[in-house]
Design a protein around this ligand. Structure first.
Ligand SMILES: Cc1ncc(COP(=O)(O)O)c(C=O)c1O
Length: 404
């Protein structure tokens, strides 16, 4: 039996060995702290859970229209309109899918022809290249650096555009770097895009409500009618409302794009789970204090984490303003020896060392297109964060130069 060729493009997780080891150590009863977490560690707000239970009792157990319940599409349209300061967003300009990942996949399936190129600034969220490839597109990576705050520079973008470029994937705030784009930086990207009549931008704004300090969220879609025509915006309830398990994502685009995505969805997953749609409706139309409270907690942890990390030798980072990740560059530690005399050659070696020595799990940067970096999440309580960061600090201090 031979599997389809496309399976070759779905890599085994390069962090599999690391995750397996962390799990095995935990199973042995060792006090491993995981800073790999990609979801809020808070429960879904109570009023949302209550709304979902009530909906079930009232019979929310059947199919809905494939693109989502009209009442939810209306609420999503209003939410997009208010959050992005748009004149009017019609329900036919939005679609509800089974998580933001599904929204991204539908968008790619609706827009990409075989061989179309999709520009992905690196570091990137690990699923992007796979989603592009499964849709028969070609991912084109444009590196960004710590010195640039991992912001896509317009000249680098222009240099990456070819006749085949169809789409740019822009994630703001960013996973894995926590970068939040400034308005001027987005405007510079839009100016390049507008030089090319058929180029579209996919804005993955799933972390848009998780921004700290004085930073503000901006999006290209808010820069006028022509900008709006070029954008597909993806959002959802997973991160802002601590609803990762409910699997609800939203997209906003021109009705033609939304219609195409709805066709695809109607023949693949059909409607997102009806009870989850009711929960998402409660999230969008109910009180938002819980979002603010969660944001505040993340903001306190972020500051705490950045202060702690500043004391770790060899860790270089900018002060990210969004999401719940920091991505220190650790390339200065490459070439060092562990106390057992093992050479740290890569970010994966360092992550393995931190797991073994400090009992802290972090994610190596390589799968994010960021060799020489690691991703650290602060979706854990401050007590564990403090313990983990102290241990990381001690383990790094124990590294030595060869020959010393
Ligand atoms: C950048 C980014 N986009 C999309 C998603 C997917 O969100 P969802 O859980 O709603 O599918 C994630 C989840 O980690 C993410 O980090």
């Amino acid at each position: 039996m031979q599997l389809a060729h496309r399976i070759r493009f779905v890599p085994n997780s390069p962090t599999l060995a690391l995750t397996a080891k962390a799990q095995a150590m935990k199973a042995e009863g060792r006090d491993v702290i995981s800073l790999t977490i990609g979801e809020p560690d808070f429960p879904t707000p109570e009023h949302i859970i209550r709304a979902a239970k009530k909906a079930l009792d009232e019979g929310a157990t059947r199919y809905t229209p494939a693109a989502g319940m009209p009442v939810l599409r209306k609420a999503v349209a209003r939410d997009f309109q208010e959050a992005y300061g748009l004149d009017e967003v019609a329900p036919k300009e939005v679609i509800v899918s089974s998580g933001a990942k599904h929204s991204l996949y539908n968008a790619m399936m609706a827009l990409i022809n075989p061989g179309d190129e999709v520009i992905i600034p690196a570091p990137y969220w690990v699923s992007y290249p796979v989603i592009v490839t499964l849709a028969s597109g070609i991912p084109v990576f444009v590196p960004t650096t710590l010195e640039e705050r991992f912001v896509l520079h317009p000249d680098k973008l222009r240099a990456a555009i070819t006749r085949r470029t169809k789409l740019i994937l822009l994630n703001n705030p960013n996973n894995p770097t926590g970068t939040v784009y400034k308005k001027s930086e987005l405007k510079a990207i839009l100016d390049v895009v507008l030089e090319y009549p058929h180029l579209m931008i996919l804005c993955d704004d799933i972390y848009r409500q998780l921004i700290y300090g004085r930073a503000r969220f901006h999006s290209i879609v808010s820069f006028g009618e022509e900008a709006r025509k070029r954008c597909i915006v993806v959002d959802g309830v997973s991160k802002a409302y601590a609803m990762t398990g409910w699997r609800i994502g939203f997209s906003m685009a021109r009705p033609k794009v939304i219609e195409a995505m709805a066709h695809i969805q109607s023949h693949t997953t059909s409607n997102p789970a009806t009870v989850s749609q009711m929960a998402a409706l409660a999230a969008l139309t109910g009180p938002r204090e819980t979002v603010a409270a969660m944001r505040h907690k993340f903001s306190v942890r972020r500051k705490f984490m950045l202060n702690k990390l500043a004391a770790v030798p060899g860790f270089e980072f900018h002060r990210p303003k969004g999401a719940f990740y920091v991505m220190p560059r650790v390339s200065k530690l490459m070439g060092k020896l562990t106390p057992d005399g093992e050479l740290i050659r890569t970010d994966t070696d360092l992550a393995m060392y931190l797991l073994e020595k400090a009992l802290v799990a972090v994610v190596p940067g390589t799968p994010f297109g960021a060799a020489g970096h690691i991703r650290i999440s602060y979706a854990v309580d401050t007590e564990h964060l403090e313990k983990a960061l102290d241990r990381i600090g001690e383990a790094v201090m124990d590294l030595r130069d060869p020959g010393v």
